[in-house]
Write a protein that binds this ligand. Structure first.
Ligand code: PGA
Length: 247
């Protein structure tokens, strides 16, 4: 049985009260099915304000932040440092999500500083990389991913704990996931540069999880929309595991 990372990115969704409903269903789901917890690492990346409550309600499931500042402290209005995130009980942080790169103009150099701040403060960064549709169509996928990856992991030591998420921008929130072949091709390329777990993200749902997660270079998923409802999130794993058992 392959180890799977099932990571959920709630983005700017969910409320203080909605966590209670999610946790009840999620906790019951993993309690009643040992095959779901076996060889599976879960993490839910929730909005900053919801982290303490999520840590409490989802325990022992890991909770993460969706971003951290590249600075330690000071006059950076609206920012949250990796040390502050760590104090909440979060264990992971996403850095370089394409929505941060494309909506807020984050560069790969900033993503690298954020990843280093996570590591300095005991958080495991999930460094996101991925090409836009234009870049894919003009044959630049590997070039773009190489630049984002090599800059993103600069000065990170070989023994550091981190993950990479390959998320093609055109597949995020569109319902159009990459084909299993395309996901594998890029994840395999990433593994020629760094030997850490590589997740695929972009329209992962229960119906396509098995074909994507069975790819040899894919270690799991970073899941947006389908992580907002506990049953759907867990069904992604259930479908994959039952396919794995039959195979
Ligand atoms: P999606 O989002 O699953 O809704 O496509 C993935 C992500 O942005 O991490």
């Amino acid at each position: 049985m392959k180890k799977i990372y099932l990571f959920g990115n709630w983005k700017m969704n969910m409320s203080y009260n909605e966590i209670a409903t999610f946790s009840k269903e999620f906790n019951a789901g993993i309690r009643t099915s040992t095959s779901l917890t076996e060889k599976t690492d879960f993490c839910l990346f929730v909005p900053f304000t919801l982290i303490p409550r999520a840590v409490n309600e989802l325990r022992p499931t890991a909770v993460g932040a969706q971003n951290v500042s590249e600075y330690d402290r000071g006059a950076y209005t609206g920012e949250v440092s990796a040390a502050m995130v760590k104090e909440t009980g979060a264990r992971y942080a996403i850095v370089g999500h394409s929505e941060r790169r494309h909506i807020y103009g984050e560069t790969s150099a900033q993503v690298n500083l954020k990843a280093l701040k996570c590591l300095e403060n005991g958080l495991t960064p999930v460094i996101c990389v991925g090409e836009t549709l234009d870049e894919r169509e003009s044959g630049k996928t590997i070039e773009v991913v190489r630049e984002q990856l090599c800059t993103g992991i600069k000065n990170i030591t070989a023994d550091a704990t981190y993950l990479i998420a390959y998320e093609p921008v055109w597949a995020i929130g569109t319902g159009r996931a990459a084909s299993a072949h395309d996901a594998e091709e890029v994840c395999a390329f990433i593994k020629t540069i760094t030997c850490v777990p590589v997740l695929y993200g972009g329209s992962v749902k229960p119906s396509n999880a098995a074909e994507i997660f069975t790819q040899p270079s894919v270690d799991g998923g970073l899941i947006g929309g389908a992580s907002l409802r506990a049953a759907e999130f867990l069904n992604i794993l259930k479908n994959y595991r039952s396919f794995e058992i039959q195979a």
